[in-house]
Design a protein around this ligand. Structure first.
Ligand code: MTE
Ligand code: MO
Length: 315
């Protein structure tokens, strides 16, 4: 059968570095708060309850001094194709997504395979906050305050065997709750992967919380991966399965378009996407574009993982 799969539909406004261009959201902000909330009330889905509470982390900064994005931006501008390809439509469609009961099966090449209930994961592992930049391959970015725990702490518990070289992740498959999964254009379920040393790096995080509260469905609740030095599509949402494997696993976007979305997908301003430049990005909430940093600004922690690899190649 021939591939029906579509590639990421990117509006030219997302990728053209034009200072005159304002997204609808920037425009709402620029025209003021009252007009903004009216416009949102008229056409945006209801906000989750957490938005009504005071948000203690709203002026927190990342390691570069960049302020976190608002809870509203983070939870209303999402890529989550299981629901829809419309970033501003995910929140509404994800409202009734069932977050419990939830289990994560961890197995494959490990000595102690185990299926964890989500409560085990949020209680048995020390939860910490990590403020990370998220750089989407479509050239927009945000700063997001997650909470959760390192993937390394989970992997250590199941004891990978010496044959384990990669980690494979799988998103839940529930087409009755996720209308996008009825689309024949994508090879569901969404799957992703990391090399074992990438998975064990201290930056690699399993997020269960956002803005000091439990995470919300549109951002990948109840548990999602966050790999901040890679393009956002590596950070797979709503995980039900983690498998240690010997060979590089198939990943969703690579299986759709290997020339556009590689397995490694490290943020690299020097390697353009075949259809657009990766040298700059639009930080959601800002008016002008900013330069994209190698490894999304995390090179000190991770560049050593790629010694000897040709980084000018799009892997
Ligand atoms: N299961 C699943 N995970 C996913 C996606 C998706 O469509 N499905 N989109 C990815 C992409 S392209 C990005 S940029 C981030 C967006 O995360 P956010 O909505 O929490 O900002 O999630 C990633 N994880
Ligand atoms: Mo993305």
């Amino acid at each position: 059968m021939t591939h029906l799969y579509k590639s990421i539909p990117v509006r030219s406004s997302e990728i053209t570095p034009k200072h005159e261009y304002f997204s609808r959201r920037d425009f709402i902000k620029a025209t003021g708060l009252i007009a903004g909330s009216m416009a949102l009330a008229a056409c945006a889905p209801a906000m989750p309850a957490a938005a009504a509470k005071p948000l203690p982390t709203s002026d927190a900064k990342d390691d570069k001094g960049d302020t976190v994005n608002t809870f509203e931006d983070i939870t209303n501008y999402n890529n989550y194709y299981e629901f829809t390809t419309d970033k501003q439509g995910v929140a509404g469609l994800a409202k009734d997504f069932k977050l419990s009961p939830w289990t994560v099966e961890v197995g494959g090449l490990v000595k102690k395979p185990k299926t964890f209930g989500i409560e085990d994961l949020t209680k048995k592992f020390t939860q910490e906050e990590r403020i990370y930049r998220l750089r989407c391959v479509e050239a927009w970015s945000m700063v997001i305050p997650w909470s959760g725990f390192t993937l390394a702490s989970l992997l250590k518990m199941v004891e990978p065997t010496s044959a384990a070289k990669y980690v494979r992740f799988e998103t839940v498959y529930r087409p009755e709750e996720m209308p996008g999964q009825k689309s024949p254009f994508y090879p569901w379920p969404y799957q992703e992967g990391l090399r074992l040393d990438e998975a064990m790096n201290d930056l690699t995080f399993l997020a269960t919380g956002l803005y000091g509260e439990p995470n919300v469905a549109q951002n990948g609740a109840p548990i999602r991966l966050v790999v901040p030095w890679k393009y956002g599509f590596k950070s797979i949402k709503s995980i039900v399965k983690i498998e240690l494997v010997a060979k590089e696993p198939a990943t969703m976007w690579k299986s759709i378009a290997a020339n556009e979305y590689g397995f490694y997908a490290n943020v690299n301003p020097a390697v353009d996407h075949p259809r657009w430049s990766q040298s700059t990005e639009r930080r959601i909430g800002e008016f002008s574009r900013r330069s994209t940093l190698p490894f999304n600004g995390y090179g000190e922690q991770v560049a050593h993982l790629y010694k000897g690899m040709n980084l000018s190649k799009n892997y």
